[in-house]
Each structure stands twice: as structure tokens, then as C-alpha cells.
Write a protein that binds this ligand. Sequence first.
Ligand SMILES: Cc1ncc(COP(=O)(O)O)c(C=O)c1O
Length: 345
Amino acid sequence: MKAVTNCNQSGCLAYSRTEISDVPLLSCSEAMEKLKSFREKVKGKQQFLAMYSSIFGGITTDPAAMVIPMDDHMVHRGHGVFDTTAIIDGYLYELDQHLDRFIRSASTAKINPPYDRGTIRGILIQTVSASKCRNGTLRYWLSAGPGDFDLSPSGCHKSCLYAITIQDLSPINFRGVKVVTSNVPIKPPQFATTKSVNYLPNVLSKMEAEELGAFVGIWLDSDGFVAEGPSMNVAFVTKEKELVMPLCDKILSGCTAKRVLTLAESLVREGKLCGIRMKNVSVEEGKNADEMMLLGSGIMVRSVVQWDEQIIGCGKEGPITQTLLNLVVEDMKSTLPAVGTPVPY
Ligand SMILES: Cc1ncc(COP(=O)(O)O)c(C=O)c1O
């Protein structure tokens, strides 16, 4: 299409008839060709290796075909849920814990999965196997499915399952980060506890933080207690060396946070921590803690060295946080059935 420079009285760009007629009408194969060249042009640091879709009932390794229907209720109404599992050295880390939350989220969103849990699990493992990815991420969605563009999902034919394997070889980042208190409102508990695709507040919160030169924003709950970050939980090591974490009744119950609580028990036995507790954490307590950390599947364990204007501890990556990160990194290599699910390549 030609560049448009003329504006009408209201300041909007005005398109002439000739310019509109420049939009090509594409056949299915021409559209596929365009999708292919688009994918070749826009190569980022992540590679999309395989996608399963219950629409085509199979797996594709062609990124151009990794698409979902426009009329899927998840696309135009946000009626979908998702989850993520790390692929480490050919094992899926805590797959069952993520799968449990995925099924729970679907139930809250009133999405009846197209297959039973065992079948979904098998499809996810096969998708990773087909991708040949040994280190990366598996992301998966349950949507109300395609049908029409109405608000009600009653016209959706059948719920859908989508899954994608993403290769991302960025190394784990150990460096401490700065966070800010988020001004973007937190989601109400019913929605914050569900991992739905409605991440607009999370995206805006992340953007706001980046504009302020920070890594992420920290949400406070309706009572002013520390809640969570836009894609991670938060924990603190108090001056008394207690590991404290906000309760999960108003935020997403993170799989990483839960695992860290279990792994941290060894630090209590060694006397490095005096205890572990889930409780309401006030901003004052958080900002005066010896250590603050972010916990999530994407970042694993990340030290926070500054929250707003307050330097946390001595302004360096905390020793307990570092130890917890090392414990998680070790744990990710575990082949214990409850922790690592092997992928048969
Ligand atoms: C809002 C929110 N909180 C917390 C988490 C951390 O959860 P997990 O450790 O299971 O990745 C996530 C993960 O994406 C999230 O989106």
C-alpha cells in the first residue's frame, strides 16, 4: 500500500479509493506464502520449534503454520488459560504441578478441556519430542475455541488445546534488579489466582516499570500488603533470617515459589534460615528486609537490590537468594519422577 500523508479535518488519516484498492486479495496458498516470508523476516532471539493445535489435531514444525483462528474466543474475548513449563536437558521441570494449575485455571474459566488430563499430558510431551528441543520452554493454552464473535461462548464449537515449544538459550541472569511499586491496578483475587490470558494489567505494569528504569512493578493488594510481580512471586529474608512470602489467596500460586519453599527447608536445617512462613507482608517489612527476591518460571530466582528509592539490604545480591537460585538450578536437573519428566526424543 502507498504511504498516506493527507489528513482530514478531524486530524485522522484519510485513505483514497485507489489506496484501498491496493490491498491485495490473496488465495489460501498466497496467504501461506506471505506467512512464511513474514516468519523468515521477523526472527527474534526465540525460535518456535513445534506447535500442537487441536484444530488440526497434530503437530507442525513450520512456524508459518503456527497460527490460531481469529474467531477463537481466546483471541477476541480473552477466554482462555495458559501455563508454562521449562525444558531442561530434555526433561520437563515440574510438568505435573503446572498441569494441575492449568486444569484448575480452565475450571475457573469454565472451559471444559477437549481431552482428559492424561491425554493433554501425552500431547504436551509429544510436542516437545517432535520439536527436538532439549532446553527451552513449553507453553500451552486451553481456549473456549472458535465459533463466532459473540460475547457468550455458546456458539463456540469445541474447546481447543494449543501448545508451542520455544527454544531460548539465554543464560540464567544472576544480577540483582531494581523494582518499583506498580501504579497499574492489581487484578481482583478471582482473576489474579487464575492464569488466564488476560495479561493487560501485567503488560502495562511491566511497561511502566521499564519506563522508570526498573525490571518490574510490584503490586500491593487491596489491603496494602505486598502481592506479586506481573509474572513472578515475591519473597523476603527478614533481619531475623526468616524466609517470608505473601499468602496466595489473592495472587497466582507460583510453582517456582512453592518449590523454593520446599528447597529452603535444607537452609533451615543448616541454620542459615531460622524459619519459613507464608503471611501478609507489609511494604515497610518488605523494604526493610535483608533480602528481597522474585520467583517465577521465567527468571527462576532473582535478587532485588532496590525497591523504589529504598536500597534492599546492602544493595547487592543477597547470599540466601543466591543459594536458593543455586538450589533451583540443581533441582532443575533432577530426574526424580515428581520433578523431572523425561521427553522420549
Ligand atoms: C502473575 C504471576 N504471578 C506469579 C507467577 C509465577 O508462577 P510460576 O512460578 O508458576 O511461573 C507467574 C508466572 O507466570 C505470573 O504470571
